[in-house]
Design a protein around this ligand. Sequence first.
Ligand code: ADP
Length: 364
Amino acid sequence: MRPGPRHLLLATAAAIAAASTAVLLLLGLPLLAAHRLDAERYALVVALAALAGLGVGAVLLVRLVARPIDRLLAAAARIGGGEGSLPPLGEGELTLARAAVAFERVAGALDEERARLAAKVAELTASNRALAEARESLLRSEKLATVGRLAAGLAHEVGNPLGAVAGYAELARKRVPPGADPELGDALERIAAAAARIDRTVRDLLDFARPAVPAILPIDLAPALEAALRLARVQARMKRVEVAQALAPGLPRVLADEHQLAQVFLNLLLNAGDAMGGEGQVRIAARAEGGQVVVELADTGPGIAAEDLPRIFDPFFTTKDPGKGTGLGLAISHRILEALGGEIAACNRPGGGALFTVRLRAAP
Ligand code: ADP
């Protein structure tokens, strides 16, 4: 049988009783020698006192020490991996050694628990961040839908009178004989130019408000990029911009509408040209990644101000001079990618310049 805490404490109680009996004997012996005490009665009293001491000591020790230690051991064994996780004890080993092992186990279990908790917290933080991003994206989509409805109404209201203004200005210009009234001719030309600008904005608005339903098909990425580059190169702001392409070989086809995808790339290229003041480099890289094709478009411009980053995909957000930007390019691009089941995001490159990342679904 293994020596449990109870056995050890009973032994301690017995030792205490023996010691007190010895003291009683020592005190009583001189009286016995002087014949002042009856020897038999004296022995009986000492024996009874020793027995009582033993009993009371044992009960007290068991109640005050052994039971709490037992409970502590059981609790420690529960936390540290169960009674079975404690090593078997040899006959001579102290129960307290077993308690020490149990508590080491508890400390180990607590360390493991702490690590598990830290991992859980990290996981929760990541899910929280993902949730916040999803909420942000949802809010943006709602905002886009509301602005879209407003824009559609406005574009309709503005479009017809604008057509009339442009038409009458053209008519008046034709009626003024060449050179007859240069001032009037100049004013009429300005009217026509201003009307054309509003017309462009209105058409952008309509594009945004009523995006064409995309014809989603498996297409190659390269022709869409080429179409965008062809359109971009004829713009003055892209004349001194070098464009380098690095498309990974064997890129899978993407699920997209080629025309709309080209429109996204055109927006990104023209924005890069604007940001770089018409001079710099654009690098387009594409790679396959987990069922997606990731296209990155980096420029050597000044990058996007940190406070503007959360707003650049909002409709009508622009930092360009009046008349230069409508703030719709990126909002339209965002909407197109959403309809294609893709994503668009922007950040600044560590070395400077903006980086736009477009994610498209790879065709199965
Ligand atoms: P717009 O071009 O009419 O301003 P966009 O929606 O295309 O509208 O762009 C919104 C804003 O995003 C721009 O006004 C500009 O501040 C910022 N932006 C877009 N692309 C870049 C870029 N490559 N570098 C720096 N800022 C950019």
